[in-house]
Every structure is written in C-alpha cells, then in structure tokens.
Design a protein around this ligand. Sequence first.
Ligand SMILES: C[S@@+](CC[C@H](N)C(=O)[O-])C[C@H]1O[C@@H](n2cnc3c(N)ncnc32)[C@H](O)[C@@H]1O
Length: 224
Amino acid sequence: MTQKWPLGGTDKVTYGNPSRKASTEVPRLEYPGRAAGYWYFMRELARNPREIGAMCPSSPVLARTMARLVPGGDGAVVELGAGGGSVTAALISHGVSLRDLIVVERSAALSEHLARRFPGMKLIHGDAAHLSRYEILRRKPVRAIVSSLPLRSLQKPLVRQILDQISLISAPGTVFIQFTYALRGGCRDVASGFERAQARLVWRNLPPARIEAFRFRDTADPGG
Ligand SMILES: C[S@@+](CC[C@H](N)C(=O)[O-])C[C@H]1O[C@@H](n2cnc3c(N)ncnc32)[C@H](O)[C@@H]1O
C-alpha cells in the first residue's frame, strides 16, 4: 500500500510497506537490495550523469563513516540523494530508526527501488530544493541531514536553493553531513547558519572522498 500526501507537483511521500513495524535492522528481503541498488544507480548514471554526479555508488566504508557522524538523540535524520541506498543502509545499521529516518530522492526509478529495498521507510520522491514544503519535515526537529547530493555538478542556482532549504529545515544543533570528491578544498558552499565542525578523508571509495560535517549555530551566537 502506498500513502500519498497532497504536496503538490509530483512530489509525494511513500511508505514502502506501512504495515511493517519500524525497526533498526536492515530488512532481510528476497529483493536483492544492494545488487539492485547498484544496477539502478548505473542505469540512472547513464541517463542523467549530471544529477547522479558519481561514477559508482558510495563504498560501504564511506557510507559507514558518514553514518557515524550522525549524533544520537531525538529528532529526524534526513537523507538527501539516497540513490541506490548505500548510505541509507549504513544509517539504519548505525541505529537510526525508521521512525526518525526520512529520505529524499529525485529520481523516480531510484525512489521506486528504495521503497522496495527499505519497506516502512519514509521516502519523499521529490527535490531537495523544496525541502521546506514537505509537511513531514516540519513534524519534529531535524537532528541531522546526511547528503550525497552532487553539489559540484549541479547548477549553481539549484545548489544555492538546496543549501537555503537545508538552513530552513534546520535548528540550532542540527548537523549537516556532506561528502565531496574534492579532497583539498572540501565543500565550496556552506548552508547559511552552519559552521564547519569536522572532516574525514575516506580513501576506500572510488574515487576517494572527503566528508565534512557542519553544525547549525545557536541563533544567539553571531560568530562565524
Ligand atoms: C552521488 S548519488 C549518491 C547516491 C547514494 N547516496 C550513494 O552515496 O551511493 C546522488 C543522488 O542524488 C540524487 N539527486 C540529485 N539531485 C537531487 C535533488 N535536487 N533532490 C534530491 N535528490 C537528488 C540523484 O538522483 C542521486 O541518486
């Protein structure tokens, strides 16, 4: 069963299978999730290289390292650009519950795949440039935003819009985690209100990547 919210446009939130209880375990299914994720990712890459922006899915090491930067506690964890689900799987393995996890993916084919791979997960088939429009993202504070969006290959105005939307759904303490293949310069653009907190280099990925974590400043703190 699929539930749809009146979000406008083609954007919709689906639950892969809402009858299934939220769990912290990666679901064991007959659906070959990881292999299918790889296949859908490569197919979308051939169709739309600029939006995918990577030569292959993130390695388990990169995905795990990103997941470990998500702080514990209450609040939603929002994943942007979930693709085939490598980072999604790492987040769930890391202990992010399906109650807290909300995934946003723009590609229809990859969204369909994600709904099958992760039954019960809240999935917005929509655009990270419209985050503040999604009612589901306003229901509770956002603890972390984990992004694999290809910010270096997307059009600049779109990147600006996405970063502004990230700021809009954030609150003091929200952690924004993004990876980039630019090992030295790191992320060029920072969402307003965020300051750099930490960075990690991951060599075991094709190509090697740099993960950066930013923290949303307390509004009382004018610094940065
Ligand atoms: C580099 S891939 C990352 C896939 C996966 N998370 C991984 O790490 O292997 C980037 C993903 O972002 C998605 N994407 C690109 N632009 C987007 C947007 N504006 N809103 C939501 N998703 C977007 C693409 O469809 C693709 O699945």
